[in-house]
Design a protein around this ligand. Structure first.
Ligand code: SAH
Length: 252
């Protein structure tokens, strides 16, 4: 069987129990060496065959998967964070579908939730925003025109921007235009949950300079929105005057 497993954002304890159990039994593991902690491999059997996807083409990866499947082996493709977000798994799944090979996707903790967690914040604050936009700047991978950062920012929601810290100046310019002001709170989280994690807080006015000063140009989340300020209205869910299926409100 083939498994696409989310390794989580960094810290090895942030993989799911299902993911760890599968890793412990795997015959073959293909992992993204540049982004997934080597420490995960300590949980693999000694005779487990390990491949680093960094030096492999899609065709080579598929070949390893197909060969493993034909030999009745358990093959894991270990992805950083959650495999369904910027994981490029669709092309791998298509190749397996084409050959009629079954597989399962095991979700993981994405770096966008891990980054919010290390900041002790919540994206969906009542009265601030009830929507999170996950996006990126255009790189070698194009972004549809309707999803340009400036037009997304015009919704004034909470935002998590992947794969873009190298171009922080451009991100800031687009966010300023979209939000229509420059005092929007921004945090850049470099390598959330890794030992060398760094957190930089600021606003659209000063975040670029701070990011340049720290020399951060990769592996970071840019979070933007006033949810970072942490001041919102109280949620109704735990409000004494609000009743729901499991609790009667005092006033009905
Ligand atoms: N599937 C992954 C994302 C892969 S794309 C996920 O769900 O997190 C790689 C990008 O994710 C990086 O450029 C960076 O923007 C972000 N990223 C991955 N791990 C990160 C981490 N530990 N801290 C901050 N950003 C991270």
């Amino acid at each position: 069987m083939i498994y696409f497993v989310g390794a989580g954002p960094g810290n090895v304890d942030l993989i799911t129990v299902r993911g760890r159990n599968l890793l412990e039994k795997a015959d073959v593991v293909i992992y993204a060496g540049s982004l997934v902690s080597q420490e995960h491999l300590k949980f693999c059997r000694e005779d487990c065959a390990v491949y680093d996807s960094a030096s492999m083409t899609l065709e080579e990866m598929v070949e390893v998967m197909v060969e493993g499947y034909r030999q009745g082996k358990s093959v894991i493709r270990l992805h950083t964070g959650d495999p369904t977000i910027y994981g490029a798994i669709r092309e791998q799944m298509d190749a397996l579908d084409f050959r009629g090979i079954p597989y399962e996707v095991v979700p993981g903790v994405s770096s966008f939730t891990a980054s919010c967690a290390v900041l002790n914040r919540e994206y969906t604050l009542p009265g601030v925003s009830q929507t999170v936009i996950i996006t990126r700047l255009e790189g070698r991978t194009p972004v549809p025109r309707e999803e340009d950062l400036e037009s997304l920012a015009a919704h004034k929601c909470s935002m998590a921007i992947f794969l873009s810290v190298l171009h922080i100046d451009e991100v800031v310019e687009k966010l300023k235009k979209g939000y229509g002001r420059d005092d929007v709170a921004v945090a850049v989280v470099y390598k959330a949950t890794w030992k060398d994690q760094k957190i930089i807080r600021g606003t659209l006015k000063d975040i670029s300079r701070k990011v340049h000063d720290e020399g951060i140009d990769r592996c970071a989340q840019i979070l933007a929105g006033d949810f970072l300020k942490g001041i919102g209205e109280r949620s109704f869910l735990y409000h004494p005057e609000f009743s729901h299926g499991f609790r009667d409100g005092r006033k009905g």
